[in-house]
Design a protein around this ligand. Structure first.
Ligand code: XIL
Length: 385
């Protein structure tokens, strides 16, 4: 009896996996009733020189984030000089395809030129002068896309791993309230935009606690923070399903939306655990780059299962999630090929280097169709389905 049931179940599972393999369902359609599914798009996709990548983005996703073109060093490279060519094309792409358009990012310690913090003679700016510069930047950039970019990552990565505030130049010159000021300016520039605090490793306890305290402080001061972006630069074993589940729940409890804002899952050997700072780049070493000739089936499958497990958590929290955005379109585009080690062959996304959907793609589609279906011991109960 039991073995008969098992056989039927196995047959059903095989049939549904086969159906998924044939599917023409897209990511955005599979999750339409739950949350937006987005991708960060790069310069080549925005400019149209990577037509294949742009086509995948337009077909599969209903939200976009600019991987680099709206970062300070790109959009505002010199005093008084703004470079809006690619950002304009970026926003037009999103509008053409009726997407939820994200702006990334206004205040960050990285990819911001040194001149921003200095006067004409190279001396550090005063608090007031830097606040004025910040306000001008935010008004110019957010103001240009008012009503068109729906959601802005206002402050990115302001916290250390222990939950304290990062000693960035922003903090050193302006003081702790640079965060409040950035949100105030962005809100003034576009009162309708959804404003986000965005960071990595928020699933870890100390940093998560720091982020919760920060959001509570902003809320107590009446700062309009609408969402927390959990970046989601994950690996096969971090964060645990329980961590992810608890982290989303903890932010949702504060009354803010949650965005999974930069999702990718690294399958390569970890280096220097404990730090996810973007400024970290380590020396290449063949031992750290084992899959230059392709990803073994077992790892492909492990990646698919891991994606399915995470998407089941996202579905559980679909009322609290605004979007799940992948950090890139295909594996070849991913920053993970160059971080934290330069020049590795990484496989963190749902589309391979030739633009073909991977097993992980079908697993994510499948998770939407059958969210309760177990993919192993890490399955969690899904409520409300
Ligand atoms: C990365 C881009 O993907 C790279 O192309 C760039 O060289 C460095 O930045 N956290 C963020 C993103 O908020 O902006 C970063 O993007 C990845 C980590």
């Amino acid at each position: 009896m039991l073995s008969c049931r098992f056989t039927i179940l196995t047959a059903m599972l095989a049939a549904s996996l086969a159906a998924a393999a044939q599917t023409s369902t897209t990511l955005k359609d599979a999750y339409r009733s739950s949350f937006h599914v987005g991708a960060a798009i790069n310069e080549a996709q925005i400019a149209g020189t990577d037509a294949r990548g742009a086509e995948i983005a337009a077909t599969q996703f209903d939200s976009i984030t600019p991987e680099n073109v709206l970062k300070w060093e790109r959009v505002h490279p010199k005093p008084g000089v703004y470079s809006f060519d690619l950002p304009d094309k970026y926003v037009a792409f999103g509008e053409k395809h009726h997407m939820f358009i994200v702006g990334h990012c206004l205040v960050w310690h990285s990819q911001v030129p040194d001149w921003v913090f200095e006067d004409g003679t190279g001396k550090p700016l005063t608090r007031d002068a830097l606040l004025k510069r910040l306000r001008d930047h935010i008004f110019t950039v957010v103001g240009r896309y008012k009503g068109r970019i729906q959601s802005w990552d206002v402050v990115n990565e302001a916290l250390n791993d222990d939950g304290t505030l990062r000693q960035s130049k922003w903090l050193k010159i302006i003081g702790d309230d640079y965060i409040e000021k950035a949100f105030e300016y962005a809100h003034e520039a576009d009162p309708q935009a959804q404003l986000n605090y965005n960071d990595y490793s928020l699933e870890n306890e100390a940093k998560g606690r720091g982020a919760i305290a920060l959001i509570e402080k902003l809320q107590a001061e009446g700062i309009p923070v609408a969402a927390v972006g959990i970046q989601g630069h994950d690996s096969l074993d971090w964060p645990s399903i329980e961590q992810e589940d608890a982290s989303i729940a903890a932010f949702a409890k504060l009354g803010v939306k949650v965005a999974i804002s930069e999702l990718d899952i690294d399958v390569l050997p970890p280096v220097a655990p404990g730090s996810a700072d973007v400024s970290m780049t380590l020396k290449a070493d063949p031992k750290l780059d084992p899959y230059v000739n392709g990803l073994p089936d077992a790892v492909q499958e492990a990646l698919a299962k891991r994606y399915a497990a995470l998407f089941r958590v996202y579905l559980k929290h679909r009322a609290e999630l605004s979007r799940v955005t992948f950090w890139g379109v295909t594996d070849g585009d991913s920053w993970r090929n160059n971080w934290p080690v330069r020049g590795r062959t990484s496989y963190p996304l749902l589309f391979d280097r030739s633009g073909q959907p991977k097993q992980a793609f079908y697993a994510v589609i499948q998770a939407a169709a059958r969210p309760g279906l177990s993919h192993g011991s890490d399955a969690i109960p899904i409520e409300g389905r």
